[in-house]
Design a protein around this ligand. Structure first.
Ligand code: SAM
Length: 299
């Protein structure tokens, strides 16, 4: 091993393995009020952001997760005007949302001001177009407190959070999902970062059960992002519109055409529809979770 600094992803230490990255240059490192933040340059993945030892975003593969967390819910909904992002301080998802001209307002609620600040310096490819856009509103707050109090209503909620540790833990709670349900319009949809089922299956099961209590459809879709080690990444799906994830490739393609066919590198109408076709081990996990929890009507 060279005398370079090697940074380990410690997210799966309890499973007894680590992915470790050779650091070319540390661009930013700080223990903030909420978490340990390190941003560095890496030979293959470009700029990499790690929070509390977990990889958040890399310039090499960010498009996969950012496109799938954005274009799937917005084009499945079909007339989304008001969008909420909880977390997402790097603005990678915000940049994708604002490609949709139909979106009239985008509110981003991030708990850690430092993440937004250094992203304005180090991720201009995301932040410059976003902060120039009049539709964008940046709020520094705990997402739980925001959704519990806001009188706004949203057609799409995108929870781009860290894992269920530290500040992100509450974003996987029943009360958070219930509060999100409270500020969703009729027929709205919520999608969430829901871990990699191969290593974090409990995280997916418990989230599906909690959302099943509140929504007619509690499910997930998938995409494989190299630096979210573990194969498929699960993206949680919760809505009362049980037809929304059955929409055809033809209809999604037509909506994409009307949305101006903005450039994508991962998402396509076919990939969109295929993402809901879950491999058996994940499908059985989700089905079991749904069988376990009968739906409870939302207040
Ligand atoms: N895509 C990444 C992933 O899947 O791991 C997440 C990226 S984004 C940087 C995660 C953001 O969630 C972080 O900036 C973190 O500060 C924010 N966050 C964590 N807990 C939060 C909370 N309770 N309210 C709002 N933002 C929160």
């Amino acid at each position: 091993m060279s005398d370079k600094r090697w940074l380990p992803e410690t997210l799966f230490d309890d499973l007894g393995f680590r992915m470790t990255f050779a650091v070319d240059k540390v661009l930013y490192e700080q223990q903030t009020e909420h978490q340990h933040v390190v941003l560095f340059e890496q030979k293959h993945f470009g700029k990499m952001l790690m929070l509390d030892g977990a990889t958040q975003v890399t310039t090499r593969d960010e498009f996969i997760y950012h496109e799938m967390m954005t274009h799937v819910p917005i084009l499945a909904h079909g007339s989304a005007k008001s969008v909420l992002i909880v977390g997402g301080g790097d603005c990678g998802i915000a940049e994708e949302v604002l490609k949709h001209k139909s979106v009239r307002r985008l509110t981003q609620v991030e708990i850690d001001a430092a993440v937004v600040e250094f992203s304005r310096g180090h991720f201009p490819e995301f932040t410059t177009p976003v902060f120039k856009d009049k539709r964008f509103e940046s709020v520094i707050a705990d997402g739980m407190k925001y959704v519990a109090k806001t009188d706004r209503r949203f057609d799409v909620i995108i929870v781009d959070s860290t894992d269920p540790h530290g500040p992100g833990k509450v974003l996987f709670s029943q009360k958070f999902y219930a509060a999100c349900g409270r500020c969703m319009t009729a027929g709205a949809v919520m999608v969430t970062q829901n871990g990699v089922p191969m290593f974090q299956s409990g995280e997916l099961t418990s989230a599906v059960v909690k959302r099943r209590k509140l929504f007619a459809d509690s499910y997930c879709y998938i995409a494989a992002s190299p630096t979210y080690i573990g194969g498929h990444m699960a993206m949680g799906w919760a809505t009362d519109d049980t037809r929304m994830r059955q929409i055809s490739v033809k209809t999604i393609a037509e909506r994409y055409r009307k949305a101006g066919r903005f450039p994508t590198k991962y998402w396509t109408p076919e990939v969109h529809v295929a993402a809901f076709a879950l491999p058996r081990f994940i499908a059985e996990n989700v089905a079991k979770a749904n069988r376990r929890q009968p739906r409870v009507r939302r207040a």
